[in-house]
Design a protein around this ligand. Structure first.
Ligand code: ADP
Ligand code: MG
Length: 679
């Protein structure tokens, strides 16, 4: 069903949804909140204490003031609670508030708390009448991933309509989980799950709903994988021998490959020469040097006369791999033709690449999903490597096979997988592990600090920049979206321009910039033309700028440790001493202990496991694990037992013990074919 059939959605809005990957009403149902906003009972100002977020009730005794600073309109006022304590409140670029806010009238304000010179201030709060707020109190409101022009309110309205429509009649019918399995496990119905994942009736309902969705996800994943591996085992493939030019190139690098890298390259070469299709996962923590291993495989294939495709999850990363590889080829006089193919290129640019791929002029193609669009035809694709976690479903493999012979497949991942899950999740693949990082690395020095340390941090950053190094600053998180993420980066960058030495070049990166803009900024940063990059977590995956030595993360307490570990992995990639500054204003004992884990451990696996231990398995989305968890609901650490159950169920189905209905078979087939699995 088209989205435009919903009230309030015209063609323009439909386009925006499509940008988010939502093409129709069915997909809208599966467009899950990225988090939930809680509405606690409002308190007094004194109760805020060290919290970074507060909800207070009171009123403005004087009219709010408005002033202009450069391009910013700043609205501010003094808000008094019922006890008589007061706090300064500030809004940026919301001129309409001046007339909206009435003196002496009670309001509830909900917003971030910042502290400047130990004076508290509330930034950009939302304003409610006490009646409106009372209605929301105790509920969990969904927060969706947004794009410019779409608001949470609009999405909520659209989803409510779908939840009340005839579409829901099919929801339970289309269940791919056999009834007996769902019963045994006490899973809630699909309908209940969809309703409560969007609009939780309570925390308990949300946990039930999310367990059902998580099970479905992992069950589908395991079913696909098992069906996949059976058909793949004996698939024959091109034979590629180790190449001397590749060896010479590897020897000529400014560093020596680690033993781990050498071992993994050998594993790959054995596969490539076996006559059977390779299906291998390369696991290696951030910074372990996976790219070079991939490049060796691509070069062997290319020298043997086969094309290689190297796929990255984002354009930023694809472009970086492209620059890196073409740079190396040039430097080392390697006579192979590497090209880039990404969605944001013009139709003309793409046409040129398509032609060159089809007639074999391109040896190595680097890109995003664009590599496997229908229009792309390969002359003789020999290997497909996906960086950072993409896995192909059966149908994609078939589609690929149709583009040529069955290519070798290699997947690279930094996501730590609990050991008990390894066999279940990667059961269909051979696994190689790069188990130590290059020796020239100095361990990253990690500090956990609070706001009061920030002036020192900025001075430290100036010193590092003076040494010619570069810095990432991950911006404070925003509690609710509505475009604020971007505003946040912009505000923070403006603030930095005032506090850092003027000679320092500051750049910014956030999710609402278009791809071309993001690419441009990343390229400038990689080229050293930007000293300090203020960013949201978009830099989390894979980006490699070895000259960057400082990673400062604001609101660190609100990230999952695995995410923090990934972010920290953006520095410490060269020979220089690197630093990670975790800023946290939550000085509770638990919060500090949690972050302290990062001070003592550099092992991604250990960190993720400890994080779960501290969060407790019942904790639901309490901390964002963006990036590392690419399943929508399934969490490898939290839901390990669900995976075990799903694996058992899949085994019983494939052995014929449990029969699927024809409808289930059909649904499974469609779903298994349409999804990219990201691990
Ligand atoms: P990841 O495994 O996170 O993808 P990369 O492949 O991006 O890591 O490598 C991180 C950095 O380490 C790169 O700058 C790369 O050139 C460098 N590197 C790779 N292998 C080695 C090595 N054996 N010794 C020193 N540096 C290396
Ligand atoms: Mg990488």
């Amino acid at each position: 069903m088209r989205l435009t059939a919903l009230k309030g959605i015209g063609e323009k809005t439909e386009e925006l949804f499509i940008k988010l990957g939502v093409h129709n009403q069915e997909e809208l149902l599966e467009f899950f909140p990225r988090d939930y906003e809680l509405f606690f009972a409002p308190g007094s100002i004194g109760e805020i204490g060290y919290k970074t977020f507060g909800t207070i009730k009171g009123c403005f005794m004087e009219p709010v003031l408005q002033r202009r600073v450069k391009k910013l309109v700043i609205t501010s006022g003094i808000f008094k609670d019922e006890i008589g304590a007061s706090i300064k409140v500030v809004w940026f670029n919301a001129p309409y508030l001046k007339d909206l806010i009435k003196t002496g009238q009670p309001y509830v304000l909900k917003g971030r708390i910042s502290r400047k010179y130990n004076v508290m201030q509330m930034d950009q709060p939302r304003i409610f009448s006490p009646e409106d707020y009372a209605e929301k109190m105790g509920t969990m409101q969904p927060i969706y991933p947004l794009t410019k022009g779409l608001t949470d309110t609009l999405i909520k309205k659209a989803i409510s309509q779908v939840l009340d429509s005839g579409l829901m009649n099919d929801i339970n019918e289309n269940d791919i989980v056999p009834e007996c399995v769902a019963d045994e496990m006490g899973l809630c119905s699909r309908e209940f799950a969809f309703r409560n994942i969007h609009f939780p009736g309570s925390r308990e309902d949300l946990i039930k709903a999310s367990a059902r969705m998580a099970f479905e996800e992992i069950f589908l994943f395991i079913m696909t994988m098992k069906m996949n591996s059976e058909s793949l085992r004996q698939e024959s493939s091109v034979i590629v021998r180790p190449n001397e030019q590749t060896d010479a190139f590897l020897k000529g690098l400014p560093f020596k490959l680690t033993d781990s890298q050498e071992k993994v390259i050998n594993d790959i070469r054995t596969d490539l020469g076996s006559g059977f299709v390779m299906n291998r996962l390369i696991q290696g923590d951030v910074g372990s040097g996976k790219t070079m291993v991939a490049l060796a495989a691509l070069m062997d294939c290319a020298f043997a006369g086969y094309q290689g495709a190297f796929m990255a999850p984002t354009e930023v990363l694809a472009r970086q791999h492209y620059e890196n590889i073409t740079g190396l080829f040039k430097e080392h006089g390697i006579n192979l033709n590497a090209a880039l193919l990404i969605g944001s290129q013009t139709a003309l640019e793409k046409r040129v690449i398509y032609d060159a791929l089809e007639d074999g002029r391109i040896n190595i193609i680097i890109g995003t999903h664009a590599l496997f669009q229908e229009k792309v035809k390969y002359k003789n694709l020999g290997i497909v490597i996906t960086d950072e976690q993409h896995r192909f479903g059966l149908k994609q493999r078939q589609a690929l096979a149709e583009k040529g012979a069955m290519p070798h497949m290699m997947v690279m991942s930094a996501t730590p997988v609990p050991r008990t899950l390894g066999l279940i999740i990667y059961g269909d693949m051979d696994v190689s592990t790069i188990d130590h990082v290059p020796v020239n690395r100095k361990p990253i020095k990690t500090a956990v600090v609070d706001d009061s340390y920030k002036p020192n941090a900025y001075r430290f950053i100036e010193k590092e920049v003076a040494k010619g190094h570069q810095v990432y600053i991950i911006c404070p998180m925003v509690e609710y979206s509505e475009g604020l993420e971007a505003a946040n980066v912009v505000d923070y960058t403006d603030m930095l321009k005032d506090v850092l030495d003027e000679s320092i070049v500051i750049g910014m990166l956030h999710g609402q910039m278009n791809t071309a803009q993001k690419n441009e900024i990343m390229e400038k940063f990689a080229a050293g033309k930007i000293d300090v990059l203020v960013s949201t977590t978009v830099v989390e995956v894979g980006v490699d700028v070895p000259n960057a030595t400082v990673m400062m993360i604001e609101d660190a307490n609100r990230f999952g440790l695995a995410s923090l570990h990934q972010l920290r992995g953006r520095v410490g990639r060269g020979a220089d001493q690197s630093y990670c500054i975790l800023v946290s204003n939550n000085s509770s004992k638990e919060a500090m202990e949690r972050l302290d884990i990062l001070k003592t451990s550099t092992d991604g696996f250990e960190i993720a496991a400890k994080d779960l231990e501290m969060r407790g398995p019942g904790e639901f989305m309490g901390v964002r694990q963006s990036g590392t968890i690419a399943f929508k609901c399934f969490d490898m650490f939290r839901d390990a037992d669900l995976a075990v159950k799903a694996s058992e169920a899949a085994g019983r189905i494939l052995s014929g013990e449990i029969a699927l209905t024809s409808r289930q078979k059909e649904a499974l087939d469609i779903k298994a074919g349409s999804k990219f699995f990201i691990l």
